[in-house]
Design a protein around this ligand. Sequence first.
Ligand SMILES: Nc1nc2c(ncn2[C@@H]2O[C@H](COP(=O)(O)OP(=O)(O)OP(=O)(O)O)[C@@H](O)[C@H]2O)c(=O)[nH]1
Ligand SMILES: [Mg+2]
Length: 364
Amino acid sequence: MDIAVIGLPQSGKTTVFNALTGGHSSSMGAGDAGPLQVGVVKVIDPRLAVLDGMYHPKKVIHPEIKYWDLPPIDREAASANQVLSGRQRNILQAADALLLVIRAFEDPALLHPLETVDPARDVKLLLDELSLADLEALEKAEARLSDGLKKAKPAERPAMIPLLETVQKVKAFLEEGIPMKSQKLTGSETAALVDFQLLTAKPVMIAFNVGEDDKAPTLESLGISSEVAVGLGEVGLCAKLEEDLSLMEADEAEEFREAMGLDEPAVERVKQVCYSTVGLVSFLTVGEDECRAWPVPAGIVAQMAAGTIHTDFTRGFIRAEVIAYDDLIRCGSLAQGRKEGVLRSEGKTYEVKDGDVINFLINT
Ligand SMILES: Nc1nc2c(ncn2[C@@H]2O[C@H](COP(=O)(O)OP(=O)(O)OP(=O)(O)O)[C@@H](O)[C@H]2O)c(=O)[nH]1
Ligand SMILES: [Mg+2]
């Protein structure tokens, strides 16, 4: 899963990124203004340690979250509150979710680009920026599609109209301030727009970057209306402190946290917010070669889940043998699970649950 870290200039994006990746990042080539950094964080699934003890596989593979830190925008060329350059928008399109860093710390020595620290204003500004990027993309698409329609032969027109109508519909909702993910679209409308990679279709998490002694605000405490806040994940952290802690040895950092009465590490809290905001569950696969956890969107059906292992598996899907993790541990083996009738055979449309241990039967 790829998460892009965005926010106003000097809001603490790179500090948040460092806190989450603990300095384990690498540069992905230089952009207009500097390098694009990517950092990979393993999401340890404790169930895999138990399965490791049962199966002694050659490999145990935990899911990963990749965080992307964008280079700062060119402040001489940009306006004070400009959030994203054109190139940055392109990077965001490829992300699975967005982490918006909002400055909530006071520091007289560090100027805010809009002069005052006002988290509620910045949340709205950033969300508007995402809508604006989508509106521009949809306007261009509308012009291109309308033009194509005019030039098309009459027989070709009926096939072109639905996409144009969908673009117009989504654009009209956006103009009313409704992000694409809150729009009630049909499956085929959503599918038609997949290639547009619209930013307001992506899950968004807000990270309030607070000072060391401050209590983090919430969307509610800031008075952000529930219409705007719907579907947003939120987390508060002191990025500077978390960055320092992420560079310490684990037990030293733990002692420090206890002494200071701090919450769980930010990396854990952001991961949890990410799983709940994106709506992820994990299914598990076991065997002598590898035991692995596969994060998939909640509600995914077995046939599509098979495709996360290998795209061909969706086409070749025959059925899935499924046992709940707890049942497998209780029974001690798949064979015993079968005897007890808790290992079931499920078809294409079975809805995958968190902790399902699955063996897919595939026609290759
Ligand atoms: N006081 C205080 N300063 C912070 C905090 N987080 C970040 N800073 C400082 O804010 C400045 C900007 O932080 P960065 O993490 O570089 O911000 P950025 O958003 O990546 O900045 P650009 O990439 O240039 O847009 C640095 O001097 C940080 O040390 C915080 O929680 N408290
Ligand atoms: Mg930065």
